[in-house]
Write a protein of this length. Sequence first.
Length: 308
Amino acid sequence: AREEEVRKKFRPIEQLKAEFEKLNMKIETDYEMMVKLISKFNSSASTLDEKVAALYDLEYYVHQVDNAKDFLSMGGLRLVIEGLNSSEASLKEHAAFVLGAALSSNPKVQIEAIEGGALQKLLVILATEQPLAVRKKALFALSSMLRHFPYAQQQFLKLGGLQVLRSLFRQKGMEPLHVRVVTLLYDLIMEKMLLEDSQHGEQMEEKIQQYQQVRLVPAVVEQGWCALVPNLLAMPEHDTREKVLKLVGVLVAFCREHYRGDPALGTTLSLLRSEYEELAAQEQREGDKDGYFRELLGSINTIIQELR
């Protein structure tokens, strides 16, 4: 009776196959889809909208590590790096989006991309007059390239990458990028610190030696980020403040004298402490003992303590 019930609910596989054949349906693999999309993007017969649509669809596929490697072997990576030079803002934006997706957690693609000149092209986009959407995707791609890749971080510093990111704070309309830059710097500093504190195997020793050549924190201090970062605490969003507090907390050890001599920072921290004491107390009354605002209050108190 159970078998009969299953048969009624589901058609046999042979019947399904026959129906698919009748419809002349072919389920394409990711590889085949990427070949078609790359061809569409690269074709001189494709319109701008078709090229953008091809890039949009490619971004979905290259998130997967194996697909990103196939994308590399097909020559797709070279094409999107060339796309960063496009005079069309929408093409440039989506090329950076695909590049960032392919680079995420993929060392092989990261190496090929830096050898293909992607780092320089991304920095040019961020340093020149471009729409916010284009710069946003370029920053995403840059972040994907730098994370867990000390050689790229070293080249980034040599090419003046920190100055490029700092220039975004002087331009109107770039405010949405500020918190992304802060998050990137925090992640890169923590990445190095956590590695140095980890258990050392032979492979790790080699990686630590690579990271030792990345003089990120000294460059951050020299280029005035100690003064720049705390200014963002004036932003009203809790999420932004959280990310800024994390970076300030890491930089305290290197910017202590500057922070101690900055009365505006002391005032800001005191005001934030009062605000979050209230919000944390409200959280506790509602039964949330380890809430979000309590965590932010803890970050503020730790920084204040460090500066005494």
